[in-house]
Design a protein around this ligand. Structure first.
Ligand SMILES: [Zn+2]
Length: 238
């Protein structure tokens, strides 16, 4: 599972600006919130940007295509008159439309009462109007969780903490799309090498405990990979 998260705007393009909120900063925090949760579930995540950089819409689509993403999710925040969330998918429907529905459900759970799910056709000819949806090879959606120039609507994302939680909600929608149920209670994390090796042993993944005790104590990569592997296995019931 490879999910490409596009933090909208950046660099010389701030996106929407209203009442102290700047869209390009909000989208990056939001994308990070989504990334952190998805990675806990063993999903590979790539971001279009991790800093304040400018990339064209074509470049963002190219990055996702080159990486071979399974899904493309673009984070934005709306402005210009409205009081609702929006999730936009391809005019061709398909998996992108199902993903859009899942993300919309989680935005509603977060407190966005009105979420519009729609697609928009190209002005000339066939296909999609929005570049990142038209130019990506995988199901793609654009998420506009709220209107930041609407006093009532901006409350959903008017602090950095809330922007992060919007990202978490988007990630929950992606997890639901994949059929991975989101566990509110985190599993107790294993930190001791002994505990990690013991769990790998009882799950039948390793047999030589002495060898693995030595390996994990000497190799920090092996230690972190084992920790991640156990987390993934517990969540997915392998
Ligand atoms: Zn935007």
């Amino acid at each position: 599972m490879k999910v490409f998260l596009d933090a909208g705007h950046g660099g010389s393009d701030p996106g929407a600006v209203s009442g102290g909120l700047v869209e390009k900063n909000m989208t990056l925090i939001c994308a990070n919130g989504a990334k952190n949760l998805l990675e806990k579930y063993g999903i590979d995540v790539k971001m279009s940007r991790t800093g304040d950089n400018s990339f064209s819409l074509y470049e963002r689509a190219d990055m996702a295509n080159a990486w071979g993403a399974d899904l493309f999710v673009s984070c934005h925040f709306n402005a210009g008159g409205g009081n609702r969330g929006e999730v936009i998918h391809s005019v061709f429907g398909g998996k992108g439309q199902i993903l859009a529905q899942n993300i919309a459900n989680e935005l509603k759970n977060l407190g966005q009462e009105n979420v519009r799910i729609y697609s928009k056709g190209a002005t000339n000819g066939s296909g999609d109007y929005f570049t990142v949806i038209a130019k990506t090879n995988m199901p793609a959606v654009i998420v506009e969780p709220c209107f930041i120039d609407n006093d009532e609507d901006r409350v959903l994302a008017d602090t950095e903490d809330k922007q992060y939680l919007v990202g978490v909600a988007i990630a929950k929608g992606i997890l639901n799309f994949y059929g991975l149920s989101y566990a509110e209670d985190e599993f107790m994390e294993l930190n001791e090498i002994n505990d990690i090796v013991y769990e790998l042993k009882i799950r039948g993944i390793i047999s030589d405990t002495e060898l693995w005790l030595k390996k994990l104590s000497e190799d920090s990569n092996a230690y972190w990979l084992s920790k991640k592997a156990i987390d993934f296995i517990r969540r997915n019931g392998v």
